[in-house]
Structures are given as C-alpha cells and as structure tokens.
Design a protein around this ligand. Structure first.
Ligand code: ASP
Length: 427
C-alpha cells in the first residue's frame, strides 16, 4: 500500500520545520511512501525576483542570488554541523549551476527562462531534505522528477504526458518502493517540475506541487494522498480575510474542485481530477498538529452543502470587450475572443455577455494582459478596471451575501447560480 505525502514551502521553511517533517514521517509514514516537496519557504518568490533582475539587467541581481544561497546555507549548516557532510558539496553544485546560468544572457523567452531558473528552488530543497532524512536513518532515495514527469513545452504550465509519465514513475519509483526489506522506503522528489521529451525543465504552474503529488498518486494507484499544511484542514474561508472560519471535515471531489477553481488557495485546482479518476482519498492535515484528523476529500457528497464557503481573490481585472463596429457578441466572436485568451494562457474566473459587450474577470498579469489587449484591439474596443476583488460564495444564502458585501463595497458585476454567487467588487 503506497501513500503519497506532499510538504509545501511553509512546512520546510527552516531547520526546525525540516526536523518536524522528519518527526511526522517517523510517526505517520507507511511502509511505502512517496514524498513530494516544494521549494523552502518563499524561495519561489525569491527566485522570481532573481529572474526579473536578470531580465532587466538590474544591478541588484547578485544581492538577490546571494540572499537565496544564504537562506539555504543557513538551514543546511543548522541541520548538518559537520562541514564535510556531502550535502554541502551537493548544494554548492546547485548554487554554482544557478550562478553559471545567470552569468549567461537570458534566452529571451520569459516563460522558458522562468522554468530554468525558478526550478532550482525544488532541486535545492529536496537535496537538503533527502540528505537529512538519510542522516536520520530513513531508507530514502532522491529522484529527479524531470526523469519521471514528462510534459510538453508549455513553459510555466507544462501539460503532462500521462502515458510516458505513468510508465516512468512505475518503472523507477515502484521499483525502488518494492525493494524495501524490513525498513519503510521513502521515494522523495520535487513538486512543481517536469521536463520535455528532450530534457528541458518545465514547471506546472504556481503552487503546482499538489498537482505533482496527485500525478504520483494516480500513477502508483496510491491508497491515499496527504497534503500537510499550516492550517487544520480545508477551511470554509481564508483566515487572512475572515476572523471566524470553520473546518470542512469531509467534502466531495466535486465540491473541492469547484472551491479550488474559484480560487480557494488550499489546493491546486488540477489536483482533484487524477485522484477522483482513481477514487484515491485526499487528506489535508496540519503539520503543526499531525495527530488531528484534518479534512477528507472523497466521493461522498453528503456533507457538501452544510457549510457555506467564501473565496476571495484580490488583484482582479475586469475587462469589457465590445466589437468596434457595434456588431453583436455572437457565438463566432465569442469563440474568437476566447481563443485569444487561451493562446495567451489567461484563465477567466467569471464571464458574462450582453448584446454588444463581453465582460470577463481575470487575475492581474501585466505581461500577458498587454499581449491580449494588443491581439484584441484590431477588432474590439477593450476597457478594463484593475485592483478589484472577486468574491465567490458556495452554498450561499442572503445572510452570507449581506455579510460579505456589508462594508459598502461597490459591485461591478454579479452572477448567481443555484449553488454559487459571485461578485466583482471595488474594495
Ligand atoms: N514552489 C512552487 C510555488 O511556490 C510550487 C509549490 O510550492 O507548490 O509555487
């Protein structure tokens, strides 16, 4: 029976957190375990800063690189006081590779360059953590996920080739997990990354490590997948915005996918499908209180509508698109407009149309939006409002709507279906 555990950045953000992960594995690890790990703490953000400085020939580039290296060196020295431990050599190699890469000019395909640079976060974190687990006596093996997850070359959101991926994972990881004798076996690898068939590194989208874990669970027919978080489970609202939250102890795959799709950040939206397809239960548990039950996501829908859920997305842009020649927004123009969104990889969180206008709400992404506006402006007048919020309420009633809109927010667009109410508001 194989289980898949995923540890995100917050669970490995410093030396004590890494020790805590080892303690969780001691008490909760089954005989065969695959562990997926993200970059440590906020490293992905830090590497995005490095990438942008490199792109803009910003003189702070070296300082930013140094900060990333120093952060990891501090954790490594705390975990491995022995200066001759091989971990120091292995991480130095990765730091050197990163510096060497940034010494050459960018390839000038931003999304490609992104994947080549930002992927170092996961490579470094898993190197440190696997060495630590081995030093603690675990039977742990580090795998390079780029030899396991095969994607196309959609940089920053690689599309998985399921067949090749399944074969590679089963051949290499199952082979190792099956070889254990008396000791439990841990296959440890990077979340978020993949590679094209010719070996170029890709990433699966921000927060994509949950999805990585689901890919492994699917390929290995896992008995269960567990995401270890700094919250007690799936909450019905983000504690950042709500002082009172409730835990959703049990919800269905269907409900989880809706919540993730509308922007609940607790699980990556692509995570659920592979699990649902093989009926693999997903638990969200707290790495701070590992003995707590957490939340369970499975086929059972009976508890779905018991508690309303609130999802806030900030930094939203409301775009209104109307044909320049005053013609209708018809099926033909809609399909053309949507194709432009798809080709620029812009995800629409909400859409609505009238006779001569099509409105959509999307995340702020200056680079992609400016390409989108350029592509649309030949035939359409495009207007937009930025700095907005998108509020989604699942299983709403009037009282819950009044509660979120009470502090005088201006509603710019709203939509209600039987289970979901959405509002684009100016805060
Ligand atoms: N490290 C990546 C990110 O921060 C992937 C992940 O943590 O899931 O987006």
């Amino acid at each position: 029976m194989i289980k898949v555990f995923k540890f995100g950045g917050a669970s490995v953000k410093d030396a004590d957190s890494v020790r805590n992960v080892a303690a969780i594995l001691k008490h909760h690890a089954p005989q065969k375990l695959t562990v997926i790990v993200s970059a440590m703490g906020k490293t992905t953000n830090a590497l995005e800063k490095v990438l942008n400085a490199w792109y803009e020939s910003d003189e702070r580039l070296n300082t930013y690189i140094h900060d990333v290296i120093q952060y990891h060196q501090d954790i490594t020295s705390a975990l491995f006081p022995d200066k001759n431990h091989p971990v120091h050599f292995k991480t130095d190699l990765l730091f050197g590779e990163l510096e060497g890469h940034l010494d050459t000019p960018p390839a000038l395909n931003y999304d490609f360059d992104y994947d080549q640079v930002v992927s170092f976060g996961e490579l470094i974190s898993t190197t440190i953590i696997s060495e630590f687990l081995i030093s603690e006596g675990f039977n742990c093996r580090w795998f390079d996920v780029r030899e396991l997850i095969s994607t196309d070359n959609s940089w920053r959101e690689g599309k998985v080739n399921w067949e090749t991926t399944g074969l590679q994972i089963r051949e290499k990881v199952s082979g190792f997990l099956d070889s254990y004798n008396s000791m439990p076996a841990i296959a440890l690898t990077q979340g978020f990354l993949g590679a094209t068939s010719d070996g170029a590194t890709t990433t699966l989208g921000r927060e994509g490590s949950d999805y990585t874990a689901a890919i492994f669970a699917f390929a290995l027919d896992a008995a269960e997948m567990v995401i270890w978080k700094d919250v007690p489970g799936l909450l019905n609202a983000d504690p950042k915005y709500f002082s009172v939250t409730e835990k959703l102890a049990s919800i269905s795959y269907r409900e989880a996918i809706e919540l993730a799709y509308f922007g609940a950040t607790v699980i990556h939206p692509k995570t659920i499908k592979p699990l649902q397809n093989k009926d693999i239960p997903l638990r969200i548990k707290s790495f701070l209180v590992p003995s707590d039950e957490g939340s369970l996501i499975h086929q059972n829908t009976s508890a779905d509508s018991l508690i309303p859920s609130f999802i806030f997305k900030v930094n939203q842009v409301l775009i209104s698109i109307s044909p320049i020649d005053f013609s209708f927004i018809d099926e033909q123009s809609l399909s053309e407009i949507l194709a432009v969104f798809a080709s620029n990889s812009i995800h629409i969180s909400m859409m609505q149309n009238s006779a001569i206008s099509f409105s959509v709400c999307v995340d702020t992404n200056d680079r992609r939006l400016s390409h989108l506006f350029d592509a649309l402006k030949k035939e359409y007048k495009v207007r937009y409002n930025s700095g907005l919020e998108l509020i989604t309420i699942r299983h709403y009633d009037q009282a819950t709507i009044d509660r979120v809109l009470e502090d005088g927010k201006t509603v710019l667009l709203e939509m209600r279906s039987r289970h979901t109410a959405q509002f684009v508001v100016r805060p």
